[in-house]
Each structure stands twice: as structure tokens, then as C-alpha cells.
Design a protein around this ligand. Structure first.
Ligand code: HEC
Length: 94
């Protein structure tokens, strides 16, 4: 197999892994407080009609701020994986 083929397989595998990491970091650090804000429906914060986050930049800002509230000591890559998870699953930013 050519090197290019190996490279594309690697890139294809990367995205679901980042998403899964983002989801597990998110669920561990973020769900509980959001659940208490929403009467037990934490992800409704991201899907409600009047949600606050409307751009990728504001999502990155919000995750940064909320990570401090959550006392999550994430690396930039970990935080980006959470942004990726939320963006792909709930916000559909490009
Ligand atoms: C201590 C409580 C708390 C924790 C922990 C917390 N959040 Fe939040 N989060 C809030 C509050 C309060 C809001 C604003 C709710 C509102 O505007 O009505 C919010 C809103 C958000 C929004 C915006 C929703 C919208 O309106 O579009 C995102 C995105 C978000 N949080 C991400 C996270 C992430 C990621 C984590 C985990 C690192 C996290 N939050 C942890 C309290 C928390």
C-alpha cells in the first residue's frame, strides 16, 4: 500500500476518536451542572431555541469559560476535542 493510502486511513480514524474523547471529557466534567440548570436535561442547553452560542468562535469562548467553572484542567487539545464534539453533535458549525 502507498504512503498516501496509510495517511488517509489515519485521518479518517482521527475524527471519530477526537469526537469520542470530546464526549467523554464533556460528560465527566460538564453534564452535572447543566443538568441542575435544566431540570435534568443537560443537552437541552445546546438545542434550545434561544441558545446563546451561535458561532464557532463563541462556542470556543464558552467552552473555555465553562471549563474554568467546571474546574477541568484540560490541555488545548482536550478542550478542542470538546468543542469538536459539541459543534458536530449540537451546533453544526462548519
Ligand atoms: C458550575 C456550572 C457549570 C458547569 C460545570 C459547566 N457549565 Fe456550561 N453553562 C453554565 C451556565 C450557567 C450556562 C449559561 C446558561 C444560560 O445562558 O442560560 C452554560 C452554558 C453553556 C454553553 C452555551 C449553551 C448555549 O446557550 O448555546 C455551552 C456550550 C457550555 N455551557 C459548555 C460547557 C462545557 C463544555 C462544560 C464543561 C467543561 C460546562 N459548560 C460546564 C454552567 C456550567
Amino acid at each position: 500500500m502507498s504512503r498516501i493510502t496509510f495517511l488517509s486511513i489515519g485521518l479518517l480514524a482521527l475524527s471519530p476518536m477526537v469526537m469520542a474523547q470530546g464526549q467523554s471529557l464533556h460528560d465527566a466534567a460538564c453534564l452535572q451542572c447543566h443538568a441542575s440548570l435544566t431540570g435534568g436535561k443537560p443537552t437541552s442547553l445546546y438545542t434550545r431555541a434561544d441558545r446563546k452560542v451561535t458561532t464557532l468562535a463563541s462556542l470556543q469562548q464558552r467552552v473555555k469559560g465553562c471549563a474554568i467553572a467546571a474546574d477541568a484542567n484540560w490541555s488545548d487539545a482536550e478542550r478542542e476535542s470538546v468543542v469538536k464534539y459539541l459543534s458536530t453533535t449540537f451546533y453544526s458549525f462548519k
